[in-house]
Design a protein around this ligand. Structure first.
Ligand code: NDP
Length: 614
């Protein structure tokens, strides 16, 4: 077994994928299994490189004297000059007039402009405009395939040079183009550089307040749920009217726990049914792709049928309402037990199966964020299952139970208009998530976060018991709204849903097939990974249009509860905080993935979620 040549922390020269250019990088870790180094460029981009793509800095010789090459600009004498080097730079010592040098400067600018706007070529040249040094010298043993880089072979005339680069990257010449925008729409500019597999390494940047933050969240999350539920049960759920604590023994009932387990395993059985297509997830760090059965919508139909049968046989679904707190306690106890199981089993998981975001080596942090990325029992994927099934479908069932409880308690022949709106809006949201189930495979939860307390508690307790707060509130606090108000709220929900759905579909379709003719009108910035970043359509409006739609819907879910208390608005307030935080996390990951291309995207689309506000 060859031992590693470069140590962690060592500053070396790393070859930029697909080019013969080397940039100064720092080795951050080494994967003994894959024999890959994780290196960090100065702009923060992290890539995994083979040893053969890394050179020591000393192996780069500076051209101290005039090169034998006939290329005039190869005669540059110092490394530091390379950054301002123009392909059209004249031979050292040759006199140029002021106008000539201006012309050449313009040529240089032109080339840089052409290329920098264009494509991944930009990234190939200079991963960071300001920080990354580009070296003139070639490593001693670098192949002489200089045609792949105009700056290393700058003897041609600028125009020819541009043409050559554009041709090389399948670009049409944009010499006469007036609008720089056009380059974004040119599908041919897409440089399909094979995505580089990221080697799983230790999580260095801790999120959620690190060890202390995650420790506190483990207590704070359950306390918040129980506080909200206790508040909701009060006649006057004002913030200052703190609810009396219930007796401990009243919080637990084995029968309720049994019903919860039955629900969980029934959903597990539905998910294992051999119906629905099987799709592959995104490639893992080892290049492997996991398979997922897409049958969430079928599970929902089967659940609806089962509930219909129960109601037909006079089963009192408001049992859920009567024992709501006990159900929440059962779900919390189960999610805690599940998290412990997940952490214990993750200790035996191979390094490559650990989550990029939950492998810090700190017990509390990894326990909270999830140590193992895709824990599976056979083909049963625990995280994928919990994300969409027991909690999400459970939320709809709880809402229905609240609706029936409202009718029973208030002796209504029909549910209130407010309750109908809340139920319908949230039903639409859940059905949408199940209908587009496949889209979850590309989300941060699946690709980045491990399965630990955060997601287990979030999926099994937070979603069903906190997201149903409006319906729960309406049972104890009847609210009357007029038809015009109901119509206005419905319009608001439809607007939110439209933004949410079209933004998500636009991105998902683009990710699945960037050449889709239906997306021909969309423009994008190519990136070095081969993926593009949409800069028109919804993703040119703000950087997370789907979050905007989601927040508008969240508001529409709270409005039917009136303005007597802030409690039913907890969801929208919390959700804004969640999505602002999530957006920041996603931006951070995207910055690492796409480097300069992401910065360009941010320049073009300056607002994150709320246009002209944030
Ligand atoms: P997103 O769907 O917002 O995806 C973010 C990813 O999209 C990025 O990491 C990047 O990934 C890609 N991307 C970013 N910008 C562009 C662009 N310009 N062009 C193309 N691709 C781009 O991720 P989430 O998982 O956060 O959200 C999914 C949905 O779930 C959202 O609608 C959100 O509102 C909802 N949600 C709901 C929650 C709830 O509790 N109700 C909680 C969290 C989310 P890459 O480039 O690698 O493809």
């Amino acid at each position: 077994m060859p031992s590693r040549k470069f140590a962690d922390g060592e500053v070396v020269m790393g070859r930029w994928p697909g080019s013969v250019l080397y940039y100064e990088v720092q080795v951050t870790s080494y994967d003994d299994v894959a024999h890959l180094y994780t290196v960090k460029y100065k702009d923060g981009t992290e890539l995994a490189l083979k040893e053969s793509d890394i050179r020591s800095q000393s192996s780069f010789k500076h051209r101290k004297s005039q090169s034998s090459s006939s290329s005039p600009s190869r005669r540059s004498s110092s490394r530091s000059r390379s950054r301002s080097r123009s392909p059209g730079r004249p031979a050292k010592g040759r006199r140029r007039s002021a106008s000539q040098s201006r012309e050449h400067k313009d040529d240089k600018k032109k080339i840089i402009q052409e290329t920098s706007l264009a494509l991944a070529v930009l990234v190939l040249f200079k991963p960071s405009e300001n920080n990354t040094k580009r070296y003139n010298g070639e490593p001693e043993s670098t192949e002489k395939n200089d045609t792949s880089c105009i700056i290393l072979e700058p003897k041609l005339k600028p125009d020819l040079e541009i043409k050559r680069v554009l041709e090389q990257y399948s670009l049409r010449s944009r010499k006469d183009d007036k609008k720089t925008e056009e380059i974004f729409s040119e599908k041919k500019t897409f440089v399909a550089v094979k995505p580089i597999e990221k080697v799983p390494s230790k999580t260095k940047e801790l999120e959620f307040g690190g060890r202390i933050g995650t420790f506190m969240l483990i207590f704070l999350l359950p306390v918040t749920v129980f506080y909200l539920l206790l508040m909701c049960k009060q006649d006057d759920p004002s913030l200052l009217n703190f609810p009396p604590l219930p007796a401990l023994e009243s919080l637990w009932e084995w029968r309720v726990f049994g019903v919860f387990l039955l629900w969980f395993f029934l959903q597990a059985v539905f998910s294992l049914l051999p119906i629905g297509k099987v799709v592959e997830g995104l490639p893992l760090s080892n290049g492997r792709k996991l398979q997922y059965r897409i049958n969430g919508f079928y599970a929902f139909i089967l659940t609806a049928a089962a509930i219909g049968v129960l109601l037909y046989f006079q089963f009192e679904l408001h049992y859920l309402y009567d024992h709501f707190m006990q159900f929440a306690v059962s779900a919390a106890a189960f999610s805690l037990a599940l998290s412990i199981y997940l952490y214990v089993r993750s200790l035996k998981a191979p390094e490559e199966e650990l989550a990029p975001g939950g492998n810090s080596g700190y017990f509390i942090y990894d326990f909270f964020t999830g140590h193992e990325l895709n824990p599976r029992i056979g083909s049963f994927d625990l995280k994928y299952f919990c994300e969409l099934r027991p909690g999400l479908i459970g939320w709809v069932v709880i809402n229905l139970a609240m609706l029936l409880a409202e009718m029973k308690i208030h002796n209504l022949s029909m549910p209130s208009l407010s309750m109908i709106l809340v139920n319908s809006f949230q039903l639409l949201y859940v059905v949408d998530a199940l209908w587009y189930e496949e889209a979850i495979l590309t989300t941060m939860d699946i690709t980045h976060d491990g399965f630990g307390f955060m997601l287990a508690f979030g999926d099994l307790v937070w979603v069903p018991f906190v997201y149903s707060l409006q319906a729960f509130y309406l049972v104890g606090h009847p609210t009357t709204i007029t038809w015009p108000v109901a119509a206005a709220i419905t319009v608001l929900n439809c607007i939110g849903y439209y933004i949410f759905r079209s933004a998500n579909s636009q991105k998902n379709n683009f990710r699945r097939n960037p050449a889709d003719p239906k997306l021909a009108n969309l423009k994008f910035i190519p990136t070095a990974t081969g993926k593009g970043l949409l800069v028109t359509g919804w993703w040119g409006f703000v950087r997370h249009p789907n979050y905007l739609g989601d927040i508008i819907m969240a508001l529409a879910w709270s409005l039917p509860c009136g303005f007597n208390h802030i409690l039913p608005y907890f969801y929208v307030i919390y959700f804004i905080c969640l999505l602002v935080h999530r957006e920041a996390r996603d931006e951070h990951h995207c910055k690492q993935k796409y480097g300069l291309a992401w910065e360009r995207y941010c320049q073009r689309v300056p607002y994150r979620i709320f246009p002209y506000i944030y």
